[in-house]
Design a binder for this molecule. Structure first.
Ligand code: TXA
Ligand code: MG
Length: 345
């Protein structure tokens, strides 16, 4: 029996009831598909970790339908409140996650926040996601709806492939428009810090907050997204920065200027002059071996295509995936971040 359902008033109501009842529902957001559970129900949250094979030290994002719904769960110190209000006002609903202190008596499952004093909150822009949260009447924790360590899902088919037998329902709302996970910003410290780059870029937030924002550099526990490597304490500040995280099963080679025989090409911009070592041109490769993130060199288009194209090329027939270079500015920072993880051995 297929768990894929077209979102409409009836199926969303059904999904909301499943969430309240402790089941898992996969749903579309503008970034990637989420695997949702009632954030207040520890057992439901445990099902997420089990279904994904996710290490329990890696906390989840709680999704809300509006800021009012967050009030009982978060406690903002004065300065963070200013930052929070500004970002919330200008960017939500949208692809931004904020890390803020948990309120006293916050009823979000401690498993969801991995025992931290903070909680990650986001208001997604996708109408199906917001409807679902509103109707469920509870915050919904949702990691990306993929097996831990594999490529995040941007279509319902991707979700079904990895988790089809582990979810109560998949609300099939088409392809995700952003295509990369939300930008994660920590507001719980002296200065706002980006823990994970995404579609909301550093410069945009610096302008809004009128302050410099830094990226956190993660270099501990980096090869071990899939299992507990005993470095949870260090890893936890930016657990999503575990380096090998978005990995295809074949090797990924970055900044390629030509192809090794047997490699597939993930192009950006024109690949007209790309050659294959030993003879031949990339442009003559068969469809299975060649994708272009954006022929026009458009970073938004490239972000939206990235995960689906990596999946399409991730076939045992291909020896590896050679990726052309992508400018490291604006949204390119987030794209290169995901590519570096995919290339990590
Ligand atoms: O776009 C997205 O953010 C998607 C959609 C479904 O909303 N969700 C997503 O969730 O990407 P996930 O679980 O794959 O990534 C959540 C990231 C992880 O890097 C996690 O470590 C970090 O947020 N995170 C969650 N709570 C945190 C906390 N309290 N402190 C620091 N990092 C936290
Ligand atoms: Mg994920």
């Amino acid at each position: 029996m297929s768990v894929l359902k077209t979102p409409n008033a009836e199926t969303i109501a059904e999904a909301a009831a499943m969430i309240r009842g402790g089941d898992l529902v996969a749903f579309p957001t503008e970034t990637v598909y989420g695997l949702g559970a009632n954030a207040l129900d520890g057992q439901a949250v445990a099902r997420i970790y089990e279904a994904k094979g996710r290490p329990s030290f890696n906390p989840l994002i709680a999704h809300f339908c509006d800021v009012a719904q967050m009030q009982d769960y978060i406690a903002l110190p004065d300065r963070a409140k200013e930052w929070f209000d500004m970002l919330a006002h200008h960017i939500w609903p949208g692809p931004l996650t904020l890390i803020v202190p948990r309120a006293e008596g916050c009823e979000i499952s401690e498993l969801a926040t991995a025992g931290l004093e903070t909680v990650a909150v986001r208001i997604p822009a996708h109408p199906v996601a917001r409807d679902l949260i509103k109707q469920a009447g509870v915050p919904i924790v949702a990691p990306s709806a993929n097996l831990s360590g594999t490529i995040s899902p941007t279509t319902p088919a991707h979700v079904a492939e990895g988790l089809g037998d582990k979810v109560g329902m998949i609300l099939a709302g088409g392809a995700c428009t952003v295509g990369l996970e939300s930008t994660v910003v920590d507001l719980s410290e002296e200065k706002p810090v980006i823990l994970r780059p995404g579609a909301v870029i550093k410069e945009q937030m610096e302008e809004l907050l009128n302050t410099e924002i830094f990226y956190i550099i993660q270099n501990k526990g980096e090869k071990d997204a899939g299992g507990d490597n005993g470095e949870a304490a260090e890893a936890v500040k930016a657990p999503g920065m575990l380096l090998k995280h978005y990995a295809p099963s074949i090797p990924v080679r970055l900044n390629a200027v030509d192809l090794e025989p047997g490699e597939a090409l993930l192009a950006f911009g024109s690949d007209k002059f790309m050659g294959i070592k030993g003879g031949g041109a990339a442009k003559d490769l068969p469809e299975e071996q060649r994708r272009n993130l954006s022929e026009e060199g458009d970073l938004n288009e490239a972000a939206a295509n990235l995960f689906a194209m990596m999946r399409a090329l991730d076939k045992p027939e291909n020896k590896g995936i050679a990726v052309m270079s992508i400018p490291d500015e604006g949204l390119g920072v987030a794209i290169n971040d995901r590519l570096r993880r995919a290339a990590q051995k």
